[in-house]
Design a protein around this ligand. Structure first.
Ligand SMILES: [Fe+2]
Ligand SMILES: [Fe+2]
Length: 178
């Protein structure tokens, strides 16, 4: 008798919608855009390793350099300062210093030609350096995670990052944009 009562009450169970989507897992636009840049440039560093011709290396490095200049600039103009206060100061300061290190290495490589001694090694080290930096931004408890917990509107910030990126790609891209 008890069993019969149980089975009849369980019939209505399936009507309930299951909430499987965790809204906190979806990144706001600012984070989505910056992560997309990260994946793109990481892919290019991997691609670089497969290249043998100097002309191809130069072309790909120019693409990497432009992407990194634009990305670090939009972070420094918009994302970092606007999240200052939401993110631990030490972490934020280290990110700026890492950007500076990357910029110096980019400038060194730009002053060289593929085929020159240490060219490939410098590109490789830049790639490793960037991967380290990106990890610090994206890892649990890192810069992006802290920013997401903060009060800034990261959707609206994403729109501004996008616009500024477009402007800078045109401005800095010039000859190598096509
Ligand atoms: Fe960064
Ligand atoms: Fe970044």
């Amino acid at each position: 008798m008890a069993a019969a009562a149980k089975s009849s009450s369980s019939k209505t169970k399936s009507a309930k919608p299951r909430r499987t989507r965790r809204t906190s897992r979806r990144d706001p636009l600012a984070i989505t855009l910056l992560k997309k840049d990260h994946r793109e440039v990481e892919g290019w560093f991997d691609e670089y390793e497969q290249l043998e011709k100097d002309a191809e290396k130069l072309e790909l490095f120019n693409k990497i350099a432009l992407a990194l200049k634009v990305h670090t600039q939009i972070e420094e103009e918009i994302f970092y300062p606007e999240n200052r206060g939401e993110v631990e100061d030490d972490l934020m300061d280290e990110a700026y210093v890492e950007h500076d290190g990357a910029k110096k290495l980019i400038a060194e490589i730009e002053a060289m030609k593929p085929g020159e001694e240490f060219y490939d090694a410098k590109v490789k080290v830049l790639g490793e350096y960037i991967k380290h930096h990106v990890k610090e931004e994206e890892q649990p408890g890192g810069m992006f995670a802290q920013a997401k917990k903060g009060d800034e509107d990261l959707e609206a910030m994403g729109e501004r990052l996008k616009l500024r990126k477009e402007e800078l790609m045109t401005q800095l891209g010039g000859k190598s944009a096509h």
